[in-house]
Design a protein around this ligand. Sequence first.
Ligand SMILES: NC(=O)c1ccc[n+]([C@@H]2O[C@H](COP(=O)([O-])OP(=O)(O)OC[C@H]3O[C@@H](n4cnc5c(N)ncnc54)[C@H](O)[C@@H]3O)[C@@H](O)[C@H]2O)c1
Ligand SMILES: O=P(O)(O)OC[C@H](O)CO
Length: 337
Amino acid sequence: MEEITVFGAGSWGTALANLLGELGHRVVLWCRRSDQARAINLLGENPNYLRGYRISSNVTATSKIDEAVESPKWVLALPTQAVRGFLTELSGNMAPQRPEICNVAKGIEIDSAFTVSEIVKNVLGDVSYSVLSGPSHAEEVIRGFPTAVVVASLRVEAAEMWQNVFSRPTFRVYTSNDVVGVEIGGAVKNVIAIAAGIAKAMELGDNALAALVSRGLAEIMRLGAKMRANPLTLSGLAGVGDLIVTCFSGHSRNMRLGFSIGMGKSMKEASDELGQVAEGIYTVKALKKMAQQVGVELPIVEEVYAILYEGLSPNEALSNLLLRDPKPELPPAMQWM
Ligand SMILES: NC(=O)c1ccc[n+]([C@@H]2O[C@H](COP(=O)([O-])OP(=O)(O)OC[C@H]3O[C@@H](n4cnc5c(N)ncnc54)[C@H](O)[C@@H]3O)[C@@H](O)[C@H]2O)c1
Ligand SMILES: O=P(O)(O)OC[C@H](O)CO
């Protein structure tokens, strides 16, 4: 059994800490606030997220960073935009023995347009990095519902180590060496899910939703190709799988935020009402920049950006998408049949 710290006691950090604890690992759950850590230890549940679910007694919460950094294995369950600042602060406390890091956040940093692997490398240098992603809502994982995910690392031993650490019959973990593919799939699907929520609120129908999700996948594939992701990764758990669950599940924060916006709420109202992170509202800014930098067309992403940040109405965005020039479904280089 392993000693593991989960940094971030939001819904995903809480569900994963509990999963690891139930597997018999000794888990430290690092909380930003000391009152939250105290409450978790006292009540045996997280009063702020996933309320009502007992957390394994193998999980101890703390807000003390010097206690949290002692574990040799770290799970980063923070919002993407918080990762750089958090690791920068932490780097002063790190032992010379570098931890094994497994990131579970799904997003792209706004200023740098970096994925989380790039942020980690930028701040900590060469550390052993893995990313766990795929269709996995915390609300179902904490209930023990069957879930399958993928953990990717450039080091096969690291991916296999985390596979071993996280696996149980109801939490099936596949390995991969396609870090960028897994990160791009997990990040971009959040923006497409905001669009799906808007489309649901507009009552555009099932055909429109299916078209949106398929063309959203085309955008994920195009960006993935530019970043040298394996297209098969994007048709797997971290791509299509996560796109489906995030666009269609009532648990999805991104879809729900999109729905509220489609119902006429402002982004601030929708975010406040949600009370949790919807990564897509930040990642869309990074993607807008990346689309220009790497020269890739991301029309749905562009329209979501314009709705969230430029005051475009959902109806105008819909017209913009429907009135685009007619074109082949596949780019010319892929029309080999
Ligand atoms: N919730 C899910 O079902 C789920 C599933 C898979 C992946 N994820 C991903 O996991 C990440 C976290 O999501 P979540 O749903 O747990 O979010 P959340 O909103 O439930 O919790 C976020 C946590 O991060 C902490 N935090 C926020 N800013 C911080 C900062 N600057 N420094 C330190 N801590 C900070 C908050 O206090 C909170 O505990 C996101 O990238 C999300 O996309 C979530
Ligand atoms: O609730 P969301 O929209 O943040 O999505 C959570 C997970 O990424 C689903 O796999």
